[in-house]
Design a protein around this ligand. Structure first.
Ligand code: PLP
Length: 384
């Protein structure tokens, strides 16, 4: 049986969440935009999911837009806000950090390369935390949006939005955060941090794949990526993914309601995992020791080939990741590891716990890790 320690890549669908979805995959097939009974029933389910998300985040239901996932939410929030601001003559400058997910970095880069936006990508410190003063110094009169992730997907670093948010609010600059990894695992304060936009993805919190949330405050205009039937305040057209949205609402509610128990449990498991990994000679921590998500362990391993280690773990029944999911197995260092100057001659391994992780999983994984590292090193560090 596989010990799955890759919950930052995706999580298993919670059985209770699946149960809420099934009626909308079977009998309740109405289009939520139809006015007949079947349509109204589906619409009520969508609106209930919207309420669940709004309650969990402390935002108005009208600010909640359902999308196809974190990637679309990031694209919609950033392009939408940037286009609307430029149309209104408010400016042309975007600010972000070097360790954002590709869904943010590629989006701002595309706006710079193809649409003439000015872009500042602020580096992070060696522990993966962005220096708030340095980020705020990059903001000027022409800045129309700042995008800073709440927490990083590879090294788990939690960014200082509690400092950045209020400072930007004082300068009336909108702030978007990619909270795809952070939601349910660390405190988010949408109002206190004056967030104008936020992205979530259901499959990272035991919900279904292909559905997410884009929170866009109504007082910060956004142009639409998708034109069509005018659903979702006219800023996200397309027939509602009823079952997915219902599952997303249930997953968000589950994550929010179980945080008090789940976060300390995850932290305990992760700390046990980390102390086991770090007990092996030549293994060090990547990222900040305290400002990090409770489920994330990311380590650098001396004298080991990264791909070989990942493969050996997989063969021994432990699913881990070399960086973010799309980079697993890739030889090149990820942009996040490069941004924190992680040495390229070490193996870098991300192990992330989740709702289904047990103490026995952790203890076995630690044993398997020690054994794989030893076997690789005995074989000269390369392939077994
Ligand atoms: N943002 C972050 C921080 C992520 O970790 C991911 C997924 O890996 C995404 C965005 C993209 O989300 P989705 O897979 O729902 O498109």
């Amino acid at each position: 049986m596989t010990i799955y320690l890759d919950h930052a890549a995706t999580t298993p669908l919670d059985p209770g969440v699946l149960a809420t979805m099934l009626p909308y995959l079977e009998a309740e097939h109405g289009n939520p935009s139809s006015s007949h009974r079947a349509g109204r029933a589906a619409r009520a389910a969508v609106e209930q999911a919207r309420e669940q998300v709004a309650t969990a985040l402390g935002v108005a239901p009208l600010d909640v837009v359902f999308t196809s996932g974190g990637t679309e939410s990031d694209n919609a929030a950033i392009k939408g806000t940037a286009w609307a601001a430029r149309t209104a003559g408010r400016g042309n400058h975007l600010v972000t950090t070097a360790i954002e997910h590709h869904a943010v970095l590629e989006t701002v880069q595309w706006l710079a390369d193809h649409q003439g936006f000015e872009l500042t990508v602020v580096p992070v410190q060696p522990d993966g935390v962005v220096d708030a003063d340095r980020l705020l110094d990059a903001v000027h009169d022409d800045t129309v949006l700042v995008s800073v992730m709440a927490a990083n997907n590879e090294i788990g670093t939690v960014q200082p939005l509690e400092v950045i948010g209020p400072a930007l609010a004082g300068r009336r600059v909108p702030l978007h955060t990619d909270a795809v990894q952070a939601f349910g695992r660390t405190h988010l304060d949408v109002a206190g941090w004056s967030l104008s936009a936020l992205s979530l993805s259901a499959h990272k919190i035991n919900g279904p794949k292909g559905v997410g949330v884009w929170v866009q405050a109504r007082d910060v205009p956004a142009q639409s990526l998708l034109h069509g039937g005018g659903q979702e305040r006219g800023i996200r057209s397309g027939t509602f993914n009823t079952a997915g949205i219902v599952g997303c609402g249930a997953a968000v509610e589950l994550a929010a309601q179980t945080m008090d128990v789940e976060v300390p449990r995850l932290r305990w498991l992760r700390d046990r995992l980390l102390s086991g990994l770090l007990a092996v000679d030549g293994v060090g921590l990547n990222g900040h020791a305290e400002r990090r998500l409770p489920h994330n362990a990311n380590v650098a391993v001396d004298s080991c080939n990264g791909e070989a280690l990942l493969f050996a773990l997989d063969m021994a029944g432990v699913a881990a990741s070399a960086g973010s999911a799309c980079q697993s197995g890739a030889a090149a260092a990820s942009h996040v590891l490069s941004a924190i100057d992680a040495p390229a001659d070490k193996a870098h391994l991300r192990l992330t716990c989740g709702r289904t992780t047990t103490q026995a999983d952790i203890d076995t994984a630690v044993e398997v890790f020690g054994d794989c590292v030893k076997r690789l090193r005995d074989a000269g560090g390369g392939y077994l």
